[in-house]
Write a protein that binds this ligand. Structure first.
Ligand SMILES: [Zn+2]
Length: 76
């Protein structure tokens, strides 16, 4: 059995919480962060992670914004 980190969206509002989560498939925090960042998540640390629907990005579709926020991505 292998360990795998899972990120959870921590956004909450009057009627509840988002509750969205994403298994990363890795136990390495650096790899996990890189993976979920590629999926559009915003990782800020404990209690402040954001799913793609809640990430505070000016424009998720903008190619420039994507490049700016995925500088740690490994493309091979
Ligand atoms: Zn969310």
């Amino acid at each position: 059995m292998s360990l795998s980190l899972t990120v959870h969206c921590d956004v909450s509002w009057t009627f509840g919480t988002c509750g969205r989560f994403l298994p990363t498939g890795t136990a390495d925090p650096t790899e996990a962060t890189a993976y979920v960042t590629r999926q559009g998540w915003e990782i800020r640390g404990t209690g402040a992670d954001r799913c793609p629907g809640h990430a505070h990005r000016p424009n998720l579709i903008s190619p420039l914004a994507r490049i700016h926020h995925t500088t740690t991505e490994v493309t091979s």
